[in-house]
Design a protein around this ligand. Structure first.
Ligand code: GLA
Length: 397
């Protein structure tokens, strides 16, 4: 379920939890970093392509305080196991570590690796209001939050783009998830009512206003998360690298994102393996689709934007093989509803959520129809979140 508490209620609960865990909350500071939803441009960020995500108003909150000794004490109000773990600033290596604390600790480790060693420890309590396992980047929000906290507590000279890079680095090298930069970038650089048009080839970006007059952004959670999410993801990434190596024999390129669909069609026979060719095709076409979608949005043409969202889903389902029967039901049922402009799987895939643009008056029908067909076909209750696009990380008072 989505957390119904207001920000003030979450902060009050967090203050209490912090005080219960660490004796009192005197001098504690409060921070927030958002989760994200990607509107279009999926599995393009590790192929040097474009993405178009936005930060959400849900994310992860923290209460933190510097310590005088070398202890790093981490407590989570979410989850059931290992809610409290203690480390020291001298014990940051990933070996022997497990669980959720790998995310904040990985960021501390990545800061240290860049010469920003903590002069003293800290204690932190966190509370997230992103639904569990939904694929709305709770881990990236925790990474960006930790980086932001370290900067504010110790005065490290890092800007928000650097926070995103550090988050991705620690996720890749500390947590073994070979993600691209999209999630951390969206969290660190979020801007209210705007999506971020990011070129992952060089990290150049612009903010595009998302003006949805008479429409809502609706996220639908399948509430399934298939095993192999991380290994399936890493596997896709390797397949794209192999396809790139094949293409480099006939084209002078550094990434799949450098090819237009036309160039890909000309050169694709260099990829002998059929499966590999289909995956590379997705990366190339999805990148072109993303550029076109942003142009359409900027021209106020939401119909085209929505149609491209649908095409993105089909490509992720049929060519990239990262959808699953449950999420396909959510997208395909959405397409049947007249007030839906577009709907697609969002994020890494293998379960998780769809994102849809739905006319205000069609939202009740959307929930009812999709909810009941989904229950009938899977026995599961989907969840629906009408979301707002929010800002990046911040300190709260
Ligand atoms: C996950 C990764 C991102 C990106 C998406 C797919 O969310 O963390 O870097 O690759 O999948 O677009």
């Amino acid at each position: 379920m989505i957390d119904q508490r207001t920000e003030q209620e979450i902060l009050a609960d967090l203050r209490d939890a912090f005080a219960a865990q660490y004796g009192d909350a005197d001098g504690a500071r409060f921070f927030f970093a958002p989760g994200r939803v990607n509107l279009i441009g999926e599995h393009t960020d590790y192929n040097g392509g474009h993405v178009f995500p936005c930060a959400l108003t849900i994310g992860t909150f923290a209460a933190v305080r510097r310590r005088g000794d070398d202890r790093i004490r981490l407590f989570s109000m979410n989850g059931k196991e290992e809610r409290f773990v203690e480390y020291t600033t001298g014990d940051l290596a990933p070996e022997g570590k497990s669980g959720w604390t790998m995310y904040p600790l990985g960021v501390v480790w990545a800061f240290a690796g860049r010469g920003m060693k903590l002069p003293a420890g800290f204690e932190m309590a966190i509370c997230g209001n992103i639904p569990n396992g939904s694929g709305l980047s709770s881990s990236a929000s925790l990474e960006v939050l930790t980086g932001y906290v370290l900067r504010e507590l110790y005065g490290f000279p890092v800007d928000n783009v650097e926070l995103a890079k550090i988050g991705q680095y620690s996720e890749n090298n500390y947590n073994g998830m070979n993600c691209g930069i999209m999630d951390q970038f969206a969290s660190a650089m979020g801007k209210r009512d705007h999506a971020i048009f990011l070129d992952t080839a060089d990290l150049s970006y612009t903010y595009a206003p998302v003006v949805l007059d008479g429409m809502k952004l609706v996220i639908t959670n399948s509430r399934v998360k298939h095993q192999l999410t991380d290994s399936g993801y890493n596997d896709r990434r390797r397949t794209c690298e192999a396809a790139l190596a094949d293409l480099q024999r006939v084209a002078d390129i550094r990434a799949l994102g450098e090819l237009t669909p036309e160039e890909f069609e000309e050169k694709k026979s260099a990829i002998a393996d059929d499966d590999r060719r289909r995956k590379a095709k997705h990366a190339v076409y999805e990148n072109a689709r993303t550029v076109r979608a942003v142009e359409a949005l900027q021209a106020g043409d939401i119909d085209t934007f929505g149609r491209l969202m649908n095409e993105s889903h089909v490509s992720l389902r049929d060519d990239y093989d990262v959808s699953c029967p449950e999420v396909d039901i959510l997208a395909e049922e959405a397409w049947k509803i007249p007030g839906v402009l577009g709907a697609r799987i969002t994020g890494g895939g293998f379960g998780g959520c769809t994102v849809a643009i739905v006319k205000d008056e069609a939202v009740p029908e959307y929930r009812e129809k999709i909810g009941s067909v989904y229950r009938e076909k899977t026995g599961l209750d989907a969840e629906f979140y009408v979301v707002e696009i929010g800002d990046g990380p911040k300190e709260l008072s």
